[in-house]
Design a protein around this ligand. Structure first.
Ligand SMILES: Cc1cc2nc3c(=O)[nH]c(=O)nc-3n(C[C@H](O)[C@H](O)[C@H](O)COP(=O)(O)OP(=O)(O)OC[C@H]3O[C@@H](n4cnc5c(N)ncnc54)[C@H](O)[C@@H]3O)c2cc1C
Length: 240
């Protein structure tokens, strides 16, 4: 683990939903000796108007992108909390102290993965899928992602591109409040959807990430399908 001072390069808005809380990505310059693995997380310490704030965030970038583009990124819901209000006061060039990397939500010699997530929980899976795509890993991934509506989907273009490049990656969306034009799945992730889209689910390691309610529901779902606990990896985002 290293601690280093860096600065904000860019804030990237990710959603345009009028109902749901907006999501943005925050990009910081990487330091060359910070080597992380896809799916890990880091600690972001900022100081705004004399007050210090600390939160944990998964990398939404892959280390391959960081090596190429020189930044690391986290992605978050901009709720009306002290930390998020402070984040929004940051300007390009403002400094932050980062501690990185942490976490075991990583891909290690795993041949078949099922990822079940929703909303903000997509951050770490994006890092993992991007890494597997960029490095042409043979890891077979099926990702089921649930969000509110089309305008609340983010990273969709990235995933479309990854799927076009990676024959081992399948991304399935299900929306709880889609428009009438939506042709995909509707509603939350359930056992029927998992059985249909991941028929070999018993052979997979399941990666579950996001708010505690989401991860708990997904864990109950896969345990109910007789997937052993040893085949489940979790990354819980507390306080959502
Ligand atoms: C490994 C890891 C990875 C994460 N990755 C992401 C990510 O990629 N994106 C992301 O958005 N978030 C991620 N999180 C969660 C993130 O750290 C924040 O907790 C989350 O973004 C909520 O922050 P907030 O400022 O919106 O709410 P906060 O202000 O932190 O908290 C909101 C609510 O929680 C209550 N609360 C505050 N402190 C505590 C406490 N100590 N104990 C119990 N309740 C408390 C408050 O009363 C309030 O109601 C991750 C967390 C972990 C541990």
């Amino acid at each position: 683990m290293t601690e280093f001072e860096t600065h904000l390069i860019e804030i990237v808005p990710r959603t345009q939903c009028e109902v749901m809380i907006p999501v943005s990505s925050f990009r910081f310059k990487n330091q060359s000796d910070n080597h992380y693995q896809a799916g890990q997380y880091f600690v972001v310490n900022i100081e705004v108007e004399g007050n210090k704030y600390t939160h944990h965030f998964s990398f939404s970038t892959s280390p391959t992108e960081t090596a190429e583009k020189g930044y690391i990124e986290f992605t978050t819901k901009l709720r009306n909390t002290d930390y998020k209000k402070a984040l929004l006061k940051l300007k390009k060039g403002d400094s932050a102290i980062l501690n990185a990397p942490f976490g075991r939500f990583i891909v290690e010699d795993v041949q078949k993965i099922g990822i079940l997530t929703g909303g903000i929980g997509i951050t770490a899976p994006r890092s993992i899928c991007k890494y597997c795509t960029d490095t042409k890993l043979s890891t077979d991934i099926v990702l089921i992602n649930s969000t509110h509506c089309e305008n609340d989907l983010f990273f969709q273009e990235d995933f479309d591109k990854m799927q076009s490049l990676n024959p081992n990656l399948k991304v399935v969306y299900t929306l709880t409040h889609p428009t009438e034009a939506w042709k995909g799945y509707k509603g939350r992730i359930n056992a029927e959807l998992v059985k249909k889209e991941i028929p070999d689910y018993l052979e997979r390691i399941f990666y579950l990430s996001g708010p505690v309610s989401m991860v708990t529901a997904m864990e109950e779902l896969v345990l109910g399908l007789n997937v052993p606990k040893t085949q489940i990896k979790k990354e819980i985002f507390p306080r959502y």
